[in-house]
Design a protein around this ligand. Sequence first.
Ligand SMILES: C[S@@+](CC[C@H](N)C(=O)[O-])C[C@H]1O[C@@H](n2cnc3c(N)ncnc32)[C@H](O)[C@@H]1O
Length: 223
Amino acid sequence: MSASRILFQKAARAFSAKGLYFTKSLNYKAAPAPLPPNLDYVRYATLGLCFQEIMANKVPGNVAELGVYQGDFAKRLNQLFADRTLYLFDTFAGFDHADVATEKSSGFSTGEQNFANTSVELVLSKMPHRPQCVVKQGFFPATAAGLDDTFCFVSLDADLYDPIIEGLRFFYPRLSPGGYIFVHDFSNDEYKGARQAVLEFCAAQGIGYMPIPDSGGTAVISK
Ligand SMILES: C[S@@+](CC[C@H](N)C(=O)[O-])C[C@H]1O[C@@H](n2cnc3c(N)ncnc32)[C@H](O)[C@@H]1O
């Protein structure tokens, strides 16, 4: 075995002990836009492939994220879907007490993570196509009232059962055929409500989902 191969295997073993894996990127298809180094290749690369399918199939509709926090995933959405409106739904002040109460009474999670260290200004400052962004600040689903639009891609990353099930109820009927919904934390044992919301909603609708091994354990729903 060559010296470089031995070195690679040593490094791969050391990283895998920390839950980090080297993987080849998609080898035979160009990425839609250069993917900067990050710690969730699977999530970002899957988004890239879904984006390419949406474009190739000319799927109509806009884009939304429920659960924006500091806007890191939203930035990539805005970069890729440059010609679509991007709705940004968040309290921008962390979880709501009513949602946390459901988490605790149902044993889904402690709901203790604090996502208050953000602001609309911080998020918008990261967006490469800022005029395409529509900020929906406040408690979801109240912030979706009266919104009459269709969607080609939706990211549901609100962690908790109540906003996720409400997000599925609001966005799935408005998702264009050929569109995708990513539900973050589906396979996250610390936020069991995300999985429960997907299972309940998909069973009620008679639709399927695909779990992917990204860092948060996303489930992908397509139409
Ligand atoms: C894990 S963070 C989102 C992370 C973000 N998508 C990213 O890629 O960095 C979850 C966010 O969901 C928001 N959130 C949770 N429940 C909500 C609700 N009912 N209405 C609005 N925002 C909510 C929180 O304020 C928090 O910012």
